[in-house]
Design a binder for this molecule. Structure first.
Ligand SMILES: *[C@@H]1O[C@H](CO)[C@@H](O)[C@H](O)[C@H]1NC(C)=O
Length: 186
């Protein structure tokens, strides 16, 4: 008994000393590539529970009073997370159902997902492009403040009734000095 207790204690001690500090996530920004279009080289922003291109201001609340004109993310367990060093995470979901039509949004902390919302399936490929389960992103014009709202490209003619949507390559750009932000919600 005594021996067991001791080995348990030493095991715990070993575990404590050996425990690495939580690995810093590989953070990245995302730039749209779609040549000869208004979204070529536009950076992805996050605001009001959605992702956008060409959004003038995100109005996010960032650490140390800093600000950022675009969003910074990391992928963890196939989930796309908005970078923050606070405990509460903001995660990006897609809804590929007939109702969702490929809508992309994000939830904060334990907030409920839309019924058919999915968090897992995000990956960055060998060319540094971001995908959700082999499906690319698209953007539709005439969204807030003249921006283009990002959707998942399910091949629909008018996702959510939006016209003039364009597919784009979502190129990730490593960001070694990410600004920690809490993005606004609807
Ligand atoms: C950010 O704040 C400005 C000024 O209040 C406002 O005009 C703009 O619509 C806001 N943008 C977003 C995405 O909330």
């Amino acid at each position: 008994m005594k021996f067991q207790l001791l080995s348990l204690v030493s095991l715990l001690l070993t575990a404590t000393t050996a425990a690495p500090s939580p690995a810093k996530p590989k953070t990245f920004d995302v730039m749209a590539l779609r040549s000869a279009s208004p979204i070529h080289f536009a950076q992805v922003s996050a605001a009001k529970s959605g992702l956008f291109l060409n959004l003038p201001a995100q109005n996010a609340t960032c650490k140390g009073g800093q600000s950022s004109d675009h969003a910074t993310f990391y992928v963890e367990n196939e989930e796309l997370v908005l970078y923050s060093c606070e405990g509460v995470k903001q995660k990006v979901f897609v809804d590929r159902s007939g109702m969702g039509q490929g809508i992309v949004g994000y939830i904060t902390g334990d907030a409920p997902l839309p019924r058919y919302g999915e968090l897992k399936g995000w990956k960055v490929d060998a060319d540094q492009n971001l995908w959700f389960k082999d499906t690319a992103l698209i953007a539709c014009p005439s969204s807030i403040d003249g921006s283009w709202r990002i959707w998942l490209g399910l091949g629909l003619q008018k996702p959510g009734g939006n016209e003039g949507c364009l597919g784009f390559t979502a190129r990730t750009l490593p960001n070694a000095k990410p600004v920690s932000c809490r993005y606004t919600q609807l």
